[in-house]
Design a protein around this ligand. Structure first.
Ligand code: NAI
Length: 339
């Protein structure tokens, strides 16, 4: 099948080309992000392969359907950027790549925790300038601390295992508690208890209308003074303005982000020669106790190989008999209704 691959970076091209040796699709690599302006580039293709910051709202989906696209193959686990009811209405099938490497994200999350706690990002810069002073680098033992995991799916369970390995107590919350998480050492508690008792709070749930700004002013007030907040899931889970107020007051002691509410306009690009127009992001990076990475938690060899293989397998299955590993049916209920 001819597939328009939007938001292509050199690493996407490499791993998709390698995986395509087995599947033989006609891949059209396109650097622009998918948007109402670029949707026509998919003309002549049967499928579109999209990434996390591509626009898959109703207007774009309508254009794709008009252009003969039948399949949207997401090369991501998250699907919050797709208007699923509109896709269904237009007869577009949507596939994603759940669980391509939960280890990649869980391990990156642990990296953020360790770096923030021991100020490794600050120490790196100091030592380069021959500043060997330890003032301001004081951390704490993770052993014996309490970690709150919000969302115990694939990634949350792996992260739980890592933290119990450090000797942490893990509290968890999830509308669908899992035996795997309990076996990994988590104890389920209400969100209020998790926030009140955790030294580190980390988000591993999807972004849906129900979880938008899950961490807001009220939830931050319920956290322990000086707690660490980590978000490697989706930026919209956190009210960034409220978090900045929490950082200024000292309520939030450390913030680690791999995702950001307004990341679509800045992440994945080299903007080092430009003035950044996003004042909220600019404020965030001024805090010494904030560590931000640009949506790279998934970025391991294993993950990229799995993403490429399973994305193309979805295209093959669809081409063969129209079968799709659809996004979960409950997501259709949770997704916003098109206006
Ligand atoms: P998953 O679907 O296996 O697990 C998500 C869990 O969150 C489920 O158990 C679900 O019941 C739970 N959940 C839903 N609503 C909740 C709520 N209100 N409170 C607590 N839990 C809730 O997903 P997986 O693979 O673990 O991924 C989690 C998220 O990580 C994805 O939705 C995606 O947004 C993000 N992600 C980020 C990546 C990155 O590179 N930064 C890469 C891959 C995923």
């Amino acid at each position: 099948m001819r597939v328009a691959v939007f938001s292509t970076k050199p690493y996407d091209r490499r791993f998709l080309t390698e995986a395509n040796r087995e599947t033989g699709h006609d891949l059209v690599f396109l650097e622009p992000r998918l948007s109402p302006q670029t949707a026509s580039l998919a003309g002549g293709c049967g499928a579109v392969c999209a990434f996390v910051n591509d626009d898959l709202g109703a207007p774009v989906l309508e254009r794709l359907a008009t252009n003969g696209i039948a399949l949207i193959a997401l090369r991501s686990a998250g699907f919050n950027h797709v208007d699923l009811p509109a896709a269904r209405e237009l007869g577009l099938s949507v596939t994603r790549v759940p669980g391509y490497s939960p280890y990649a994200v869980a391990e990156h999350c642990a990296g953020l925790v360790l770096s923030l706690n021991r100020r490794i990002h600050r120490a790196y810069n100091r030592v380069r300038e021959h500043n060997f002073a330890l003032n301001g680098l004081l951390g704490f033992d993770l052993h014996g601390r309490t970690v709150g995991v919000i969302g115990t799916g694939r990634i949350g369970v792996r992260f739980t295992r890592i933290m119990t390995g450090f000797g942490c107590r893990v509290l968890a919350t999830d509308p669908y508690p899992s035996d795997d998480a309990v076996a990994a050492g988590a104890s389920y508690v209400p969100l209020e208890t998790l926030l009140a008792e955790s030294d580190i709070v980390t988000l591993h749930c999807p972004l849906t209308p129900q979880t938008q700004h899950l961490i807001d002013e009220r939830r931050i007030a319920q956290m322990r003074d000086g707690a660490m907040l980590i978000n490697t899931s989706r930026g919209g889970l956190v009210d960034t303005a409220a978090v900045i107020r929490g950082l200024k007051s000292g309520k939030i002691g450390h913030l680690g982000l791999d995702v950001y509410e307004e990341e679509a306009d800045i992440f994945f690009e080299d903007l080092s020669d430009q003035m950044l127009g996003d004042d909220v992001f600019s404020r965030l990076v001024t805090f010494p106790n904030v560590l931000i990475t640009g949506h790279q938690a998934f970025f391991t060899e294993e993950a990229l190989r799995n993403i490429a293989t399973s994305t193309l397998a979805s295209v093959t299955a669809y081409e063969r008999d129209g079968s799709v590993a659809r996004v979960p049916p409950d997501a259709l209920v949770q997704a916003p209704t098109p206006a």
